[in-house]
Design a protein around this ligand. Structure first.
Ligand code: NDP
Length: 307
């Protein structure tokens, strides 16, 4: 039986692994299908303390993983498909290859996955012009117009990144006010290749085999129109990855985020702890995820020493 299993190897999972490994617990980290988590899909990270010149999301998270492994963490790239929690103090996880892992403590740091628009054409054209990752797919769209949907920091970042390739970037946001921070909004606004469409929503994504445009509507006047583009990048925030553990009885809030007790990582299930974006509807920063990862490992260590 394992002492501690950590699910997810984004900043929260890796930090939990560093702390647990340094405490001599030899954690097993299940890295799932998106090794490194969403941070690996961002470009430059400029606000993680300790890197005055910035660092790529990929390098940052790989450094964290190397640091955890140095102290004895073991990383496996497998996905948990079901879980039975707290069966007489033992948590049983079934993996996609049908293996069953038993553990005394469990840290859930499963992160969040991108939200999509949910409009006609989107699902059908996903991978053929519809994407949620400009870093992954932006280079395919050289010298053609593209659309970014959303008004948060991710939308600004994606739009700015896409100006390296696209002829023009149409940023479509459903309200007048941007949700993005001032610095990111200013950067996007000062980029001549970015065209803002505020109070505007996408009602359909057009194209037979590839995206050819979007249908849009003014959210104030109701006026409709079409915009030609070759790609639509959804930058609409994220949905917590909770399915397996919600079904296993870990409480979630109305938006699906795992509920931790005040200022801890404790759930209502003894020996089960939560960390990172899957339990954070507010901050969702690499540094805050890392902080809650540390907290979860400390809480788990205390639990293990008491049981
Ligand atoms: P946010 O939740 O901040 O923004 C999501 C955006 O998508 C909002 O503008 C929202 O509109 C819009 N939206 C959501 N659902 C829909 C929908 N169905 N149809 C149309 N529009 C929709 O997510 P982000 O990913 O941008 O940011 C998450 C966190 O990560 C934030 O804390 C952000 O600061 C941080 N971040 C920081 C970066 C940086 O500093 N470099 C880079 C990227 C992220 P509305 O505003 O109307 O709700």
């Amino acid at each position: 039986m394992e002492k501690i299993v950590i699910i997810g190897n984004g900043p929260a999972g890796c930090t939990a692994a560093i702390y647990a490994a340094r405490a001599g617990l030899s954690p097993l980290v299940l890295a799932g299908n998106t090794p490194g988590g969403l941070l690996t899909q961002t470009t430059e990270v400029e606000n993680f303390p300790g890197f005055p010149d910035g660092i790529t999301g990929f390098d940052l998270v790989m450094n964290m993983q190397t640091q955890a492994e140095k102290f004895g963490a073991r990383i496996e790239y497998d996905t948990v498909t079901s879980a039975v929690l707290n069966d007489n103090g033992i948590h049983r996880l079934t993996l996609s290859d049908d293996r069953v892992i038993e553990t005394a403590a469990l840290v859930i740091a499963t992160g969040a996955s991108p939200r999509y628009l949910g409009v006609p054409g989107e699902e059908r054209l996903r991978g053929n012009g519809v994407s949620a990752c400009a870093t992954c797919d932006g280079a395919f769209y050289k010298n053609v117009p593209v659309v970014v949907a959303g008004g948060g920091d991710s939308a600004m970042e994606e739009a700015i990144f896409l100006t390296r390739f696209a002829s023009e970037v149409h940023l479509i946001h459903r309200r007048e006010q941007l949700r993005a921070s001032q610095i990111m909004a200013d950067r996007a606004r000062s980029n001549p290749k970015i065209i803002f469409h505020l109070n505007c929503k996408i009602t359909e994504i057009l194209g037979a085999d590839q995206v050819s445009g979007v249908k849009i509507a003014d959210t104030v006047t109701g006026e409709t129109g079409e915009l030609e583009c070759k790609a639509v990048f959804a930058a609409l925030g994220h949905i917590p990855c909770n399915e397996v553990f919600k079904n296993a009885g870990v409480a979630v809030d109305a938006q699906g985020y795992f509920i931790a007790r005040n200022n801890t990582s404790l759930t209502d299930i003894p020996g089960v702890f939560v960390a990172g974006d899957c339990t954070d509807p507010h901050y969702r920063q690499a540094i805050t995820a890392a902080g809650t990862g540390a907290r979860a490992a400390i809480d788990a260590e205390k639990y293990l020493s008491e049981h």
